[in-house]
Design a protein around this ligand. Sequence first.
Ligand code: ADP
Ligand code: MG
Length: 702
Amino acid sequence: MQQNLLQTPIEYLKGVGPHRGELLRKELGIHKYGDLVNFFPNRYIDRTRYYKINELQNTTSEVQIIGKIIHIKTVEFGKNKKRLVATFVDDTGQMELVWFQGHKWIRESLKLNEVIVIFGKCSSFNGTFNMAHPEMELLSEHQKSLRSAMQAIYPSTETLANRGVSNRVIIKMMQQLFLETQNLFSETLPDYLINELKLISKKAALFNIHFPKSSEALAKAQFRLKFEELFFIQLQLITKNLIQKHKIKGHPFTSVGQHFNDFYQNHLPFELTNAQKRVIKEIRTDMGSNAQMNRLLQGDVGSGKTIVAFMSMLLAIDNGFQACLMAPTEILANQHFLGLSELAKTANINIQLLTGSTKTADRKIIHEALEDGSLHILIGTHALLEDKVQFKNLGLAVIDEQHRFGVEQRSKLWKKNEIPPHVLVMTATPIPRTLAMSLYGDLDISVIDELPPGRKPIQTVHRFDSNRLKVWKFLKDEIALGRQIYIVYPLIQESEKMDFKDLMDGYESISRDFPLPQYSISILHGKMKPADKESEMKRFAEGKTNIMVATTVIEVGVNVPNASVMIIESAERFGLSQLHQLRGRVGRGAEQSYCILMTSHKLSSDSKIRMETMVSTNDGFEIAEVDLKLRGPGDLMGTQQSGVLNLQIADIVKDKDILLLARNYAIQLLREDASMHKPEHATLRAVFIEMTKKKNIWNYIS
Ligand code: ADP
Ligand code: MG
């Protein structure tokens, strides 16, 4: 159909008008005809079924009932508040209809003792069922209109409901729209795709999504529209990635030189896992090309990302460049500094640490060495982003634990040079594959999906607070074996004061149960001075204390191989990914490690699922998938800002298979016709250009 008809402002549709038009725009973002046709139902109900009052159950879905109103009254409640209550009966019982607004108008239009059909959601209160703001129709009118076993229910808002734009009104608008446009919606996908995938036409899909003829027709319509939505998103993401590769020049690290080879041949502290080898190769190839690398390195806690980062840095140095590593906390930066210095001890490499606590005199030395190029690797915190920090020639920037840094900060780092450095972002919070694909088009992700050999899987159990004595006994046994323990308390911003009190109370009672001189305890929390934090961490790392009581400060990266037990207090208050991160602090040595999730008896169903998931698996990707299901994509790290996930019909969790299919077809298409200039792609190209004009979904991806 002609584009311009779809561009018609919505108020021109018969039955809409300026007033409703304004409402549709504000409440649902529907501006034009084209927006309305793409406003999809979120479910369907059976309008051929009629309920009796004595069949009602306290469910949330809509029901329709035939009966009559026998009585109306106005009930006052609270100050100046009134509601209108009607008694509605059928031959099996009675119930109430309730209105909180529009009394006058409703009172005037209600007729007693006429047979009507009511429709809406029921709930029960004090044993009586009631329906608020029902849709009503005379039975005689009702019988004239078509009823379907699958009537669309559209998303709505309170304002819409209060202003009389009910589901029925939306359906009427939709019918009018199909009438005015004669359902002449044009095809957007190429013929060969439609044939190959046996898709129904765009026209048929749109009709059946709003007015399904049968459940089979509905399923076909949904498949077709979901596929189309995901397909276009994948086209955009992949194209964007290709363009970036063409546009942004990078330093080509062409040679594998002395530092890399010497380390690889003579000084590897252990044999690399196959996954590590594969990932290093991916990074090497990527940095060896003329384009800038922008790669996400995913690997579960303990999978050995550090050595991969280190060897990538050696490649930079071998090609005459500097490298840096930025970590989210001082503790972690410190640990990386120690770790990398250890790996580099046999090489002739200058490594320095720069954090907020670096003394001014040392800073000056570091700044100078950076500028004259004698400093090869700089490790630090946000301090690396300060203007004073200028590299002679930064070739590779490694960022640990990506979600702690905003996009802006990342680009700050890369503005430091004319040609941007290669960027390697390491994260132990696995992004589920489905989400990664919808966000990044999946092109530049490396995954370490294998743990170093010989690790004993951490045993995880869930214990209630009432079993604390047994847990403490277990801790004493472990300490007697020479092991160390973490006990972590939640610290969540909104209730920081309370949490802090919990932590301090916990610390006191633990000190009582594990008294000096037999036991010694460290404490670590965000309110401590950096120097104090560091010395406490150091005492624990050196084995001078048995127990570390801490907040989630220790969540990220801390490495004490002798620690074998992780106790998480109020575990129900943590999200899955955080629980998994915390658990990853143990299981780093040769000993069997344990994670104990302590909770109260009262658990929400989501909390139960979280505990069960933690107990049943150590696999970060599996955990991330459950997390995605529980929370939805919007909540996962960083995705809030992303317009990508404003999907109209598809669901990246439930429609994973369609996503994969769409992605494969998108890749294949772009491989054969990257610019979409072949005649069979003409329509596709037009739709694509229109889409990319509209929303800039690419801002998110740096
Ligand atoms: P993460 O991916 O969590 O950053 P690290 O790089 O800190 O993991 O590695 C965790 C531990 O595993 C370190 O003590 C490291 O020395 C060790 N490690 C890494 N790779 C291997 C390997 N291939 N074989 C044995 N141990 C390894
Ligand atoms: Mg790490």
